[in-house]
Design a protein around this ligand. Structure first.
Ligand SMILES: *Cc1c(COP(=O)(O)O)cnc(C)c1O
Length: 387
């Protein structure tokens, strides 16, 4: 058994990031400023997006996007149950009604073929989540959106670096929202980005993120700006700081190599678990894509074991292997059980995955030995708990 605990995720930070943060601290300019501007420009170049608005988190991004689109109480949005809290909590807090569509068995992405039956005259947007870094099937999604005049808001929290049919997520004719939380493929500590080709929407999000002041308002204390400012509309306080962007500036150039390493480890897991009946490995969608492998999320066939998923994770922990839970399906959580009850069996793939899923360690700095330890521990727990 390994001596040191292996977490399921850990950011890869080096002297580049450390020195850039120190540079910010020494410069006396630590909040929104030139480093945020540079990160925004680098991000535009990387993703191929037309406009990008740096923010304090992806959750903030979703909030501002819903407001900027003018969505309101009673509007319905269609999304997946296999997602993080914010995808539903923000529309809910805005008075909107989330409508859940089941996931595909293999990719755990929203089943696009089941969306049509959930569209009503009140449906305004679809929020697909590129689960674990694998793109949803965008072509049929865009066809549906066009047919019913719906907006596509991509929850791209897992998908920085993901490509669908040769195009990077962020560059589509939609709105995409990225997260730079420390578990994500690149980090800024906390942080997010909204990308869109729609100039007026980008402008609106930008105003809303900082007290309703213009994009250049941060310059009001610099020699290049004027101390006066105008409040064009009431706004929030969701701006990204230079201290955060300082980290992102040095994460972004490493993203492709991070993804390469993540892919190696994920495919190693896939090979190692191919002949273990109790492990259902994640599947690639049939279309051309680049999977960013944000998470490695097999399903454990608990019906063949003496323990449930939570105990399985406990057993792994005893062997010094950490794991994560992405996700307990959103409609299984207490608030949603009470306030957004689902018809029994209507989300059966999500229910099945929800009870069996776990995230095994996957991060660029993992060694081959670490990955072997994970496989060994998973097999050991299965052997000791087989029915
Ligand atoms: C992480 C995550 C978010 C929230 O991102 P923050 O930057 O932490 O606000 C939203 N949706 C999904 C699917 C996520 O994984």
């Amino acid at each position: 058994m390994r001596k040191e605990f292996l977490p399921f995720s850990r950011p890869s930070l080096s002297d580049d990031e450390i020195n850039e943060v120190v540079d910010s601290l020494r410069s006396g300019w630590i909040t929104t400023g030139p480093k945020v501007k540079r990160f925004e420009e680098d991000f535009l170049k990387y993703t191929g997006a037309k406009y990008a608005v740096p923010l304090s988190s992806a959750t903030a991004g979703l909030h501002l996007v819903l407001l900027a689109l003018g969505l309101k109480e009673g509007d319905e949005i269609i999304t997946t149950p296999m997602t993080f809290a914010s995808t539903l909590s923000i529309p809910t807090l805005c008075g909107m009604k989330p409508v859940l569509v089941d996931i595909e068995e293999g990719t755990l992405n929203i089943d696009v073929s089941k969306i049509r039956e959930k569209i009503t005259p009140r449906t305004k947007a679809i929020i697909p989540v590129h689960f674990a870094g694998q793109p949803c099937d965008m072509d049929p999604l865009f066809a549906l959106a066009k047919e019913f005049s719906l907006t596509i808001i991509e929850d791209a929290a897992h998908a920085v670096g993901t490509e669908y049919k040769g195009k990077r997520i962020g560059s589509f004719d939609s709105i995409s929202i990225f997260s730079f939380h420390p578990n994500k493929n690149i980090t800024t500590g906390e942080g997010g980005m909204v990308c869109t080709p729609d100039e007026s929407l980008a402008e609106e999000v930008s105003l809303l993120k900082f007290h309703g002041m213009s994009r250049e308002a941060w310059k009001r204390f610099a020699s290049s700006g004027t101390p006066n400012y105008d409040i064009a509309m009431p706004g929030f306080k969701y701006n990204m700081m230079d201290i955060q962007a300082a980290i992102g500036i040095h994460q972004l150039p490493k993203l492709d190599s991070f993804i390469k390493r993540r892919t190696e480890i994920a495919e190693f897991y896939n090979r190692e678990f191919a002949d273990v009946d109790e492990v259902i490995t994640p599947k690639y969608a049939p279309y051309q894509q680049l999977h960013a492998w944000h998470l490695y999320t097999p399903l454990i066939k608990i019906e063949d074991l003496n323990i449930n998923r939570d105990s399985f994770m406990e057993e792994l922990k005893k062997l010094n292997i950490g794991s994560g839970l992405h996700y307990k399906a959103i409609h299984q959580h207490s608030w949603y059980r009470k306030n957004l009850p689902q018809q029994e069996g209507s989300l059966k793939n999500a229910d099945y995955a929800s009870d069996r899923i776990l995230s095994l360690p996957l991060f660029p700095d993992m060694s081959d030995e670490d990955a072997k330890d994970v496989v060994e521990a998973v097999k050991k727990v299965i052997l000791s708990q087989r029915k």
